[in-house]
Ligand binder design. Structure first.
Ligand SMILES: [Cu+2]
Length: 124
């Protein structure tokens, strides 16, 4: 008889705990709006280069193949990121340019307006 007195409150407690924790479990049958497929989990590689005081910073950048590089002009003067095969528009202050590097190699670049500005992207 003593056992049942103890067991009943414990069972009630257990029911309460389960009842409280269940809503926190992963939403099942919610329409699957957050369904993930493996390709969403790939890490997007990215790197930043700032253009400041008429210089690229960092001037030399080593990246992995597939990395997206983003230049941001922090000077009040305009700049143009210029590679042999592609180049940005004229970037005014705050302007950005992005390019994804999918081939390994060394890519030198300059500013089309200020040829003394030099930078290099090494893709491995
Ligand atoms: Cu420039």
């Amino acid at each position: 008889m003593k056992w049942s007195i103890l067991i009943i409150p414990i069972l009630l407690l257990a029911v309460l705990i389960v009842g409280c924790t269940q809503p926190a479990s992963p939403p099942a049958g919610n329409g699957g709006t957050t369904q993930q497929n493996p390709s969403d989990l790939t890490v997007k590689l990215s790197a930043l280069v700032s253009i400041k005081n008429f210089a690229f910073n960092p001037a030399d950048l080593n990246i992995k193949k597939g990395t997206n590089v983003k230049w941001t002009n922090e000077d009040s003067a305009p700049h143009i990121v210029k590679f042999n095969d592609f180049q940005s528009e004229q970037l005014s202050q705050g302007g950005t340019y992005e390019h994804q590097f999918n081939t390994a190699g060394t890519f030198d670049y300059t500013c089309a307006i200020h040829p003394s500005m030099k930078g290099k992207i090494v893709v491995e």
